[in-house]
Ligand binder design. Structure first.
Ligand code: NAP
Length: 286
């Protein structure tokens, strides 16, 4: 019996998938640790690398990476808005948030943009506080930057009855009210403390409280022990905001889990395995 030799088309080599994270600077990013942990844990072939990309080079880099075997990338500061503009298609949530953090390089050469920050935010709270539900009462969001927009979009999509928001620069909070609709109620920055009264969920979505920055200047007197309190800042893990809320009897959830959960959809898409966020991963990243 004769067998036909297998013909390999050398013009289409199959490589293990590559992904990475683009930022400027990028050395601080924990995403390579997260994806590296999952690649090892599931014994998958492929790689995930940090890529320092100056804003002037972003467009060229995004055109080149797919030709080098990359199946997609995460994008972080300062590229989240530019990456959205440079993409060919986008999810509804990325359009609402006006920023991308996950790009998929499709086989037809097109770039598809998503934003998984809101997904990560909700998944973290649901994992750490299993009895909490977003629709059980008003949410109070402190901050109106890119991360706050993701939080607002995810809470509204999950049926939050009222979304209170405050920001040092009021205009950004007013813009969120104009774009996201009537459930959004804007509070003056000077009245931020009042916003916490009767809140079911309270969120710091500013960068205040980060190591090297001043603590959040919002009085917590109106915070009741029933309020679930969370902080997007995760360096330090226990911010002064979380510590004070805990002293008042509130359940608190740190921001590290959001970082871990937001990575899940990209990893699944690029490497074909839905990864788990568990204590082992938290410890590896810490
Ligand atoms: P951003 O777009 O630059 O927004 C920064 C926010 O912080 C704005 O609301 C800004 O108010 C406020 N702010 C900064 N300095 C302030 C000050 N001195 N006093 C009062 N408000 C101040 O940043 P972002 O992307 O939204 O990120 C916000 C934080 O979330 C960062 O710490 C980031 O690391 C964290 N984050 C965490 C995750 C996670 O996975 N855990 C994901 C995304 C972001 P103005 O508008 O008045 O400037």
């Amino acid at each position: 019996m004769t067998t036909t030799p297998e013909i390999k088309d050398e013009s289409f080599p199959t490589h293990p998938p590559l992904a990475g994270v683009l930022g400027w600077p990028i050395a601080h990013s924990r995403s390579p640790l997260v994806h590296g942990h999952w690649l090892d844990r599931y014994g998958l072939e492929g790689g995930y690398i940090p890529l320092p990309v100056h804003p002037d080079n972003l467009e060229n880099v995004l055109k080149t990476l797919p030709k080098m075997g990359f199946v997609g990338v995460n994008v972080t500061i300062p590229h989240k808005e530019a990456a959205l503009r440079l993409s060919d298609s986008l999810t509804d949530r990325a359009a609402l948030i006006k920023a991308a953090n996950t790009l998929i390089f499709r086989e037809d050469g097109k770039i598809h943009a998503d934003n998984t920050d809101g997904y990560g935010f909700l998944a973290n709270l649901l994992q750490e506080a299993p009895d909490w539900r977003p629709d059980q009462g008003p949410a109070a969001v402190i901050g109106a930057g890119g991360a706050a927009r993701a939080v607002v979009a995810s809470l509204l999509e999950s049926g939050v009855p009222e979304l209170r928001i405050t920001n040092r620069t009021r205009l950004r909070a007013d813009q969120i009210r104009a774009e996201f609709g009537a459930k959004v109620v804007v509070y003056d920055w000077a009245q931020a403390g009042n916003m916490l009264e009767g809140a079911h969920t309270a969120i710091n979505a500013t960068s205040m409280g980060m190591t090297g920055k001043a603590p959040l200047p919002v009085p917590l007197d109106a915070l009741a022990p029933e309020t679930l309190v969370t902080d997007l800042v995760y360096t330090p893990l226990m911010t002064d905001f979380l510590k004070e809320a805990q002293q008042r009897g509130c359940m608190v959830v740190d921001g590290l889990g959001m970082l871990l959960h937001q990575a899940v959809p990209g990893f699944e898409r690029w490497f074909g395995q839905r990864p788990e966020v568990d204590e082992e991963l938290r410890q590896a990243v810490l």
